[in-house]
Design a protein around this ligand. Structure first.
Ligand code: ATP
Ligand code: MG
Length: 406
């Protein structure tokens, strides 16, 4: 009677037992109950009660598959009983017995109580057996479908979670893959840049020997500084792609020198020269324990971002000061368009960029790694009135040995 495919699904999903093979017989005429029970009790566990109120109690405490109730009972009719049971236990099937061809009760039984079947008295034993078996199959089906729907929805959630894990693993792999590619690429580029650098260094020497000065010498010197900085960046990228860290060699460094070198490199960018740049270096700043070249790279990255976020003529402030706790703050502030809202949370993570092909999204990531390798920190704030402010926070170098003060 039960669909074979459904049975297979029930087995496959290990739904468990669905039928208790238990029946509840309800009739105010107790001898009727005994007769009915005699027909069914060899195949089912049979419970008997003589009123609707009693039946409701049994349903609350005992697992029941099918209720067979007489229609005409004082206080509560069979239809009323099934209607109430249907509200709390919709999976239980009801069969109504009625002594007459009482069409009103029959229609009610089907419509209001959702009764599975009605049977007229006097009933035939075989009819009862077949009807109860069909009712049980109906109950099985209802419960099976409900449980399967539950299981499938849980599995769906599990699947969604597993899928999310997979996606994250894939992202990590992609990340490692990109880093590997970056490492290989930078090795190649470093080679070319080194050749360039050597050529330019020779040119500088030549200028010196030949007594070439003025603008020509200036161009060579500035270009050389830029190339050295680029070499440093490439080297840091290569190291980082290998081990995920940036090596630094720490020595006492004057923050003013970091700013000076950063400006030398930044000035190679024509766009930078079109900005209204305000440089503020506090007098008497303590030295920091730092890798001058790496710190310059950090500042150059911040400055480059600020240039890219602003228009010609807009203000950019580059500063080195101490805060109230005596930390040294190196900052770059601009009145540009500010950080896109969707990037704020991942700003210092790799490959977070709004620049498409124009940016790798590595500048701030490398800056953070570098600053953290110095034991410092880098933070971002919205600039009041629009724009962005990045600041690098570092502890002053130990003052012992007289190396701390400029
Ligand atoms: N001063 C700034 N103003 C506005 N947005 C900024 C600023 N600095 C960084 N951003 C935003 O943060 C993103 C990440 O910056 P990051 O320097 O890490 O990468 P990038 O500049 O996109 O690429 P890369 O530096 O690798 O060439 C940028 O794409 C930009 O959207
Ligand atoms: Mg950048």
């Amino acid at each position: 009677m039960v669909d074979e495919n459904l049975k297979k699904l029930v087995e496959l999903y290990e739904v468990g037992e669905l039928l208790h093979r238990s029946l509840l017989l309800v009739d105010d005429d107790v001898p009727n109950l005994d007769v009915l029970s005699a027909v069914l009790d060899s195949d089912y566990k049979v419970f008997q009660v003589d009123s609707g109120a009693e039946a409701l109690k049994v349903v609350e405490t005992t697992p029941i598959d099918v209720i067979i109730s007489d229609q005409r009972m004082p206080e509560m009719t069979g239809v009323e009983l099934l209607e109430r049971v249907g509200k709390s236990h919709p999976d239980v099937a009801g069969i109504v017995l009625t002594a007459y061809t009482d069409s009103a009760a029959i229609i009610e039984a089907v419509n209001r109580a959702g009764a599975f079947r009605f049977l007229t008295k006097p009933w035939e034993a075989d009819d009862i057996r077949v009807t109860v078996a069909q009712a049980c199959a109906h109950v099985y089906q209802r419960r099976a479908i409900a449980r399967l729907v539950d299981i499938v929805s849980v599995r769906n959630e599990e699947l969604a979670l597993a899928l999310q894990d997979l996606e994250e693993a894939q992202d990590r792999m992609l990340h490692m893959e990109r880093l590997g590619t970056m490492g290989r690429l930078t090795s190649g580029v470093t080679h070319d840049v080194r050749n360039f650098l050597m050529g330019l260094a020779l040119l500088e020497e030549e200028c010196h020997e030949q007594g070439v000065g003025g603008e020509m010498k200036e161009i060579v010197t500035v270009s050389l500084a830029g190339l050295r900085n680029l070499m440093g960046t490439l080297e840091a990228m290569r190291q980082f792609a290998r081990g995920g860290t940036v090596e630094v060699s720490l020595k006492p460094v004057a923050p003013a020198d970091v700013i000076k070198d950063s400006l030398t490199v930044a000035k190679m960018d024509l766009e930078f020269r079109k900005r209204n740049v305000d440089v503020r270096v506090q007098d008497g700043l303590p030295q920091v324990n730092g890798d001058r070249q790496r710190l310059v790279q950090v500042m150059v990255n911040l400055i480059r971002n600020a240039v890219q976020a602003t228009q010609p003529g807009q203000l950019m402030t580059i500063a080195a000061i101490t805060d109230l706790d005596g930390h040294v703050l190196l900052s770059v502030e601009d009145e540009g368009k500010g950080i896109p809202a969707d990037l704020v949370d991942d700003l210092f993570e790799p490959f977070s960029s709004s620049k498409g092909d124009e940016g790798m999204g590595l500048g701030l990531y490398m800056a953070r790694l570098t600053v953290e390798s110095h034991g410092g920190s880098i933070e971002y704030q919205d600039r009041p009135g629009g724009g962005a402010r990045f600041q690098v926070l570092m502890s002053p170098a130990e003052r012992s040995g007289g190396m701390g003060i400029q």
